[in-house]
Design a protein around this ligand. Sequence first.
Ligand code: NDP
Length: 452
Amino acid sequence: MINKTINTKDYDLIVIGAGSGGVRAARIAANYGAKVAIIESVRVGGTCVLRGCVPKKLLVYGSHIAHEIEDAVGFGWDIGSIKHNWSKLIKLKDNELDRLNNIYLNLLSKVIIINGFGKIVGNNEVEVNGNIIKAKTILIAVGGKTYFPKLEGIELCINSDQALDLKTLPRSIIINGGGYIALEFAGIFASLGSKVTLVYRGKNILRGFDQDISNFIKEEYIKNNIQVLTETKINSIFKTHKGLSVILSDGQEIISNEVMFATGRVPNINGLGLNEIGIKTGDVGEIIVDDKNQTNIQNIYAIGDVTNRINLTPVAIAEGQVFSDNLFGGMNKICDYENVASAVFSQPAIGVVGLNELEANKLYAEDGGIDIYKTLFKPMKQTLGGRDTKIFIKMIVSKKDNKVLGIHGIGDDMPEIIQICSVAIKAGATKSDFDNTMGIHPTTAEELVTLK
Ligand code: NDP
């Protein structure tokens, strides 16, 4: 982190937190001519760049190569003996993060970057490194942090931040949770050869996703030798000479090299001074804001995961853009949270946009109901590749007006495909629009325009 000299104590805007949302807001405000400071206690980049999306996806790419090597044999490649070097991958990933950190620093060339922990001490005042700095407007963009449930031995467990920096590939790992992070890391470790056990307290992993997606990814993970234990909790963890002893709610003991908790994230509000100055927060500590990102204190705003709306990088970036366009660009925008597509970079990957079957059934029950179209097929690559994996796609359509309400899929290319489907859904595309579109053959995506 470069600590630029603070040559003034008065700003138009102080942003606390230099993650994706904060950086976007600071950069755009400065481009409009505002005098902006951004305070960051770690490095510029935030969760997405340093501890989330980017390093995770690099490890997904790195680990997925194991499947491609397996496929290669079916296409005539003589692979011989090859092995993976985990610590090398971690080092290369870290080099890339340094490069991105520099890009982020360059993006902030018109912004004063202050390395330290910011605490709001007045409506216009932030304390950092023992100095008080003042601003007309304060933007809180501090993101979220890992949540660990309280249980015996939790201090022996790692979170996703630590999983991204492990010195060696664990021979075995238990991952607690059934959400995005649990599934993504289960895929990474399993593909690289760790023995993975996924422990989930509920019945269906990926709660909130379409039921078919939840069932299908579970089947795929079991095929990939991941042990999936549902309706199971971790009761306690102990250190033994054989490794970590994990006692499950059914009394079973599993010994594992590592235990990772991916049990959700919470707003990162500790020490920010919110209570002292009376900023309203909700049940999990999220800062309550209106549709213009304004808190109950007129000149204090919040964006991104700390507001716990839709906790995704592109959403935080959009909120940062809207904030600065409104405040410093004289616009009157609000963020559009409808049909936000998302992906789980499991292996195979998941892409979803719009309503799932349960939600659509409820919403459209008195409005004509819904039609469901599904396809399940073997990817063409696997006719020779030979791996036992399938692709699944599901489309939900309103009976009344033929509008596509949701698309859900699993397959390696699904995040890329769903991103473009989200444009069609936002544009109000009907099933007939999809049907009237020529496919590109042979692709996975053509299935979407030939669904019967
Ligand atoms: P999620 O909310 O997706 O999943 C948390 C999981 O932990 C759920 O399965 C939940 O179970 C379980 N859980 C929660 N509390 C406990 C507990 N006390 N004991 C046992 N299990 C528990 O959170 P993640 O940590 O996976 O990810 C955090 C957020 O980060 C995501 O919601 C997403 O917004 C974002 N993210 C997005 C990614 C992407 O876009 N690809 C990738 C990674 C993260 P239950 O279902 O029963 O509540």
